[in-house]
Design a protein around this ligand. Structure first.
Ligand code: C5P
Length: 222
């Protein structure tokens, strides 16, 4: 039906932070409330999609109708994402940690006389880039997010090329924007077609409009 244009389509969304263990009680993470990703999942369900939400640790209710798959690390996120392919639309809203500790300690590191612990880091897989450049099972539409604090549009254009995705949804998360953890967002859609800047809206409204835009881009909505 026309008001549920994603009926029969599968949408995969990553959301939240990843936690990369240092030892059993400590981790490295990015700031992410998960709000925009969860709102997107809710909007995907509303449009009729089979909705998979691969989510790091957040304090949000699971959107009714979405299938939430909890993960902690980027490696776990990549594994679950790949297991869900093929999908029609893949949206990467998670704030994935760029690095993990190369070898997490299996016991709590004690404060003490041995000076400061040295953390050796290793690079995490880029989940968006891996899926966007996949030779088989590439989704019809691959969407990345770019949280920037300056040169929002230019950085988003560079990211579009570097990641190989179809669309970057860029937002300004500089300290005075109130976006981080807040309920409102102002986004710019950056694709090969150019740049479309939207007014500031509630994250739920941004999500509704984005999902309709994505449905149009795969030809499920006119
Ligand atoms: O340049 P940056 O890596 O911050 O780009 C952000 C985009 O890439 C987001 O869509 C984010 O979810 C995705 N990403 C990812 N895996 C990573 C790092 C970022 O999927 N390891």
């Amino acid at each position: 039906a026309s008001n549920r244009p994603l009926t029969g389509r599968k949408v995969l969304i990553t959301a939240g932070p990843t936690h990369e263990p240092i030892d059993p009680v400590r981790y490295i993470a990015n700031r992410s409330s998960g709000k925009q990703g969860y709102a997107l999942a809710q909007a995907a369900v509303a449009l009729g999609a089979e909705t998979i939400l691969v989510s790091g640790p957040v304090n949000l209710p699971i959107p009714p109708g979405a299938q939430m798959m909890p993960i902690e690390t980027a490696a776990e996120m990549l594994k679950l994402v790949e297991a869900e392919l093929p999908v029609d639309i893949a949206i990467f809203a998670a704030a994935v940690a760029d690095w993990r500790v190369a070898t997490a300690a299996d016991q709590k590191i004690k404060k003490g006389t041995n000076g400061l612990p040295e953390l050796k880091l290793a690079e995490n897989p880029d989940i968006l880039k891996t899926v966007a450049t996949a030779k088989s099972k590439r989704p019809k539409l691959v969407v990345g997010f770019a949280a920037e604090t300056q040169n929002v549009i230019d950085n988003a254009k560079a990211k579009l090329a570097k990641k190989g995705c179809d669309l970057i949804v860029a937002n300004d998360v500089s300290a005075d924007s109130g976006v981080m953890g807040g309920n409102r967002n102002r986004v710019h859609l950056v694709s090969a077609d150019g740049v479309e800047s939207w007014p500031e809206l509630d994250k739920s409204e941004v999500a509704r409009r984005l999902m309709e835009d994505f449905a149009r881009r795969i030809g499920a909505l006119t």
